[in-house]
Design a protein around this ligand. Structure first.
Ligand SMILES: [Mg+2]
Length: 215
C-alpha cells in the first residue's frame, strides 16, 4: 500500500470550535456588533462559514460594512485563532520523514481553509489540499478525494488512508474510494455505515498507527 494519508482539517488536525469562539468575540468587539449578532454568528457558523453568511449578517443587523470586508476580517481572525497542537505537527513531520505523502481533504471555503492551514503551520507539512469550496462538492463525494490525490501528485488506485472525525464524510467517503480509514471518535456512529479500520481518541494515535505500518 502506498504511503499516502489524507487528513480532515476541522476537528481532526485543528480545533475549530475554540477558534470560532475567539474569532466571533473579536469580530463583534472590533465591529461593535450587538450581543444578538454575537449569538447569531455562533449559531450560523457552528458547522461551517462562507462569505454568504456575512452578507446575511449584514442584512440581518443593518451593518454598513461590506460583506466582503466582514468575511475577510473573520478569515484573518480565524487564521490567527486556530491552533494545531505541537505533538500533531511533530507527528506529521515524522510521517514525512518516513516518506509519507500527506494531503488535507476538507469541507469548507478554500480561502479560509488555506488561511487556517497557514496560521497553524500545517501548510508546510502537507503535499496537497482539496477544499470543498474549490469545486462546490463536499465529502463524501468521491470527486473531492480524487482532487486531493491530484493535488498530492498521487493516484487513489495505489491505496492509502483517510483520517477524520466525521463518520459519513471522512470514513464513508474514504471507503468509497478504496482508502483504509481511521476514525477519530466523538460523534454518534450511524448504524448503516461500515466500521472504520481503526478507531482512536486522539489524532496522534492515528499517526502512531500509520508510522507502525511502515515497519
Ligand atoms: Mg471534521
Amino acid at each position: 500500500m502506498a504511503r499516502l494519508v489524507f487528513f480532515d482539517l476541522d476537528g481532526t488536525l485543528a480545533d475549530r470550535q475554540s477558534a470560532l469562539s475567539d474569532a466571533v468575540t473579536d469580530l463583534c468587539s472590533s465591529r461593535r456588533l450587538p450581543q444578538a449578532a454575537d449569538q447569531w454568528l455562533r449559531i450560523q457558523l457552528a458547522d461551517r462559514a462562507t462569505a454568504n453568511d456575512f452578507a446575511r449578517l449584514r442584512d440581518a443587523f443593518g451593518l454598513e460594512a461590506s460583506a466582503a470586508d466582514l468575511w475577510q476580517e473573520y478569515v484573518d481572525l480565524m487564521a490567527a485563532a486556530v491552533t494545531c497542537r505541537p505533538e500533531v505537527l511533530e507527528g506529521l513531520a515524522r510521517l514525512r520523514a518516513a516518506a509519507w505523502t500527506i494531503g488535507v481533504i476538507t469541507n469548507g471555503a478554500g480561502d479560509i481553509q488555506r488561511a487556517k492551514l497557514a496560521g497553524t503551520g500545517l501548510a508546510d507539512l502537507v503535499d496537497g489540499v482539496a477544499a470543498s469550496g474549490d469545486l462546490e462538492i463536499r465529502k463524501p463525494d468521491r470527486r473531492i478525494f480524487e482532487l486531493g490525490a491530484t493535488r498530492c501528485g498521487v493516484s487513489l488506485a495505489d491505496g492509502g488512508w483517510m483520517v477524520g472525525d466525521n463518520p459519513t464524510g471522512d470514513i464513508g467517503g474514504g471507503h468509497q474510494v478504496g482508502l483504509r480509514t481511521i476514525w477519530l471518535r466523538g460523534r454518534p456512529w450511524p448504524d448503516e455505515l461500515p466500521t472504520a479500520h481503526h478507531v482512536v481518541d486522539d489524532v496522534t494515535d492515528a499517526i502512531t498507527i500509520l508510522l507502525n505500518e511502515t515497519e
